[in-house]
Design a protein around this ligand. Structure first.
Ligand code: 1DF
Ligand code: MN
Length: 379
């Protein structure tokens, strides 16, 4: 797309943003969104996505040549080929690490974005050498963008868990040479889960560099797809959260945090609804352990309340909704909940306003928007 067309699109977008959207919904007050901390905090958005052209091209190749699974056909078949406004806009925004993205951050008062290679990264790729090449070049691209805009962009390392030893080395390169502050893995890798022994080098590397792991949703593996597509529920609408919360809970029940007690694992979308479920999950987990229902499951050192308050960090990505965020803060603790927008998949200025207006103490709001991210990403 030519630069002039981008700017024209941007001008139209900004004009739309200037509309008094709060008034439209009959809310009492709306305020201008600005960067720079005029409300007493900077806004750091912690689950923001970018894509590289070669990443999208390989997804499309897999959709066309029949090597993509059902989830990839549903998700990337849509974003890669649909002429809809949603798909074309999102594709353009994903691949922009420059003026367009910064203008959208400015327009919504986002001071800093923590960026990661969009889901599912390179994890569905069958050719492991190709996967590693695309991940490495995406990391180089992101590092260059962070260097060009050091006050606005923060990077997370992309890995190819198909090769755990390579991924461990890339985590170290990301931390030590590229200036990245965390690692994102998009849930399962071709149906394999991170508690499996083969992935241990990844956790050793995370422990060595002292960085958090962000477990982001991915397309459902065929084994979990069932009738999800038929019901229009496989993607971010529902399926993502089901599969990712399953992954997060597996890490607990199989004892990962007893092996790595300092490990910090982040997840978005209201911590994938786990705070809401926690009481029952903990009750039934304990009941299963006490009755020795599962041969593999050994008693854990702590209950699930402990792990959610010592090893887990939640972000709001796409769930900037006051009742849900308040529950997260109450369950996970005010030091463990962070703001995320989920740009470009959910770019809604009203949601930033709703978070600004949330009825929580000013000190908690500053932790939520700014200082928790600074602490946990080590900014
Ligand atoms: C969507 C949402 C796609 C999220 C994503 O990656 C993604 C979507 C491809 O709306 O289809 O990361 N998300 O995090 O909510
Ligand atoms: Mn996301």
């Amino acid at each position: 797309m030519k630069r002039r067309e981008i700017n024209a699109g941007l001008a139209a977008g900004l004009a739309a943003l200037a509309m008094p959207t709060g008034a439209k919904k009959g809310k009492s007050m709306t305020h201008e969104l600005k960067t720079g901390g005029n409300r007493g905090y900077l806004r750091i958005a912690t689950e923001e996505a970018f894509a590289t052209r070669e990443q999208v091209d390989v997804f499309l190749r897999m959709v066309k040549d029949g090597t993509a699974d059902k989830g990839m056909v549903s998700l990337w078949g849509f974003y890669g080929t649909s002429p809809s406004q949603r798909a074309t806009e999102i594709l353009e925004r994903l691949m922009n690490l420059d003026d367009l993205r910064l203008a959208h951050m400015d327009a919504t008062g986002i001071d800093k974005a923590v960026l990661a290679l969009t889901s599912p990264g390179v994890q569905p790729l069958l050719d492991v050498e190709e996967a590693k090449g695309i991940a490495r070049r995406a990391n180089d691209t992101l590092a260059a963008a962070c260097q060009a805009h050091p006050t606005r962009f923060i990077g997370m390392t992309a890995v190819a868990p198909q090769d755990p030893e390579w991924s461990a080395a890339e985590i170290r390169r990301g931390a030590n040479e590229l200036g990245f502050k965390g690692v994102q893995i998009n849930s399962h890798t071709q149906g394999r889960y991170l508690d499996e022994a083969q992935f241990d080098p990844i956790f050793r590397a995370l422990s060595d560099v002292g960085q958090p792991l962000y477990v982001h949703p991915a397309t459902l593996p065929d084994s979990m797809m069932g009738g999800m597509i038929d019901a229009g529920l496989d993607g971010a609408v529902f399926g993502f959260g089901v599969e990712t919360s399953y992954h997060l809970l597996r890490l607990v029940t199989t004892g990962l945090f007893d092996r790595y007690p300092d490990l910090q694992v982040m997840a978005g979308h209201g911590f994938e609804a786990l705070p809401f479920w926690l009481y029952r999950t903990d009750y039934m987990h304990k009941a299963g352990i006490r009755s020795q229902r599962y041969a593999r499951l050994k008693p854990l050192k702590h209950d699930l309340f402990h792990y959610i308050r010592h090893n887990f960090l939640g972000t709001t990505s796409g769930l900037c909704w006051e009742p849900a965020v308040k529950l997260m803060i109450e369950v996970m603790g005010e030091d463990r909940v962070m703001y995320a927008m989920d740009y470009p998949y959910q770019y809604v200025p009203d949601e930033v306003q709703a978070m600004d207006n949330m009825a929580v103490p000013d000190a908690v709001k500053k932790k939520f928007f700014q200082t928790n991210a600074e602490r946990w990403f080590g900014l």
